[in-house]
Ligand binder design. Structure first.
Ligand code: ADP
Length: 190
């Protein structure tokens, strides 16, 4: 079972690359951002709760996010493995994920971080905001706040997975195909 955390700051290309990897390795792709947006669209209790946080670029509280993620995993009990995209984003989420997956004898194999300079990311997100209806992409201040959330709460996970010898870094600048090839090289060596 190949359980992979695809990691990196907002706009780095996790969702795009996760879709390619899902097809190449027959994995289940879980994007916590997508699950939240689906719930917002359908006006569920979870969506209503998550919306105010997301619209401001804040992280959704851990307990809510962890429960949702575990439910998504349990919906796919026959999976070959999972690509986690946008989760974990805090140390509490990472320890909860380890406990949850270790109890299933299906631990995380690797955390793969996509690396792109921040100024390129801000530009990508501002551009995405022109065509998407995502409220959190609509102004630069919110985008910068999301980077701040990443730096203060999420980036520490690089140490967390390095200590477990699971950290890998991949250059996220280049064509989509080039980046997929770089990711495949890491995955194939696991
Ligand atoms: P991006 O990484 O480009 O900002 P995502 O779709 O991954 O986009 O996340 C959008 C928003 O969803 C986040 O800013 C946050 O509010 C919420 N979110 C997604 N995943 C998590 C998580 N693991 N923990 C808390 N909040 C999350």
């Amino acid at each position: 079972m190949k359980n992979i955390v695809l990691f990196g700051p907002p706009g780095v290309g996790k969702g795009t690359q996760a879709n390619f990897l899902r097809d190449l390795y027959q994995l289940i792709h879980i994007s916590t951002g997508d699950v939240f947006r689906y719930n917002i669209k359908n006006n569920t209790a979870l969506g209503i709760l998550a919306k105010s946080y997301m619209d401001n670029g804040d992280l959704v509280p851990d307990e809510v996010t962890i429960n949702m993620l575990e439910a998504e995993v349990d919906k796919n009990s026959n999976a070959n493995g999972f690509i986690f995209d946008g989760f974990p984003r805090t140390t509490s989420q990472a320890t909860a994920l380890d406990a949850f997956l270790n109890a299933k004898n299906a631990p995380i194999k690797a955390m793969i971080a996509l690396e792109v300079p921040q100024e390129i990311l801000v530009e990508r997100l501002v551009n995405r905001g022109l065509t998407s209806d995502r409220p959190d992409d609509q102004n630069e201040e919110k985008i910068r706040h999301r980077f701040n959330e990443y730096k203060t709460k999420t980036a520490v996970l690089i140490d967390y997975y390095t200590k477990q010898n699971k950290f890998h870094s991949v250059n996220g600048v280049g064509s989509l195909e080039e980046i997929t090839k770089r990711l495949q090289k890491v995955l194939d060596a696991l």
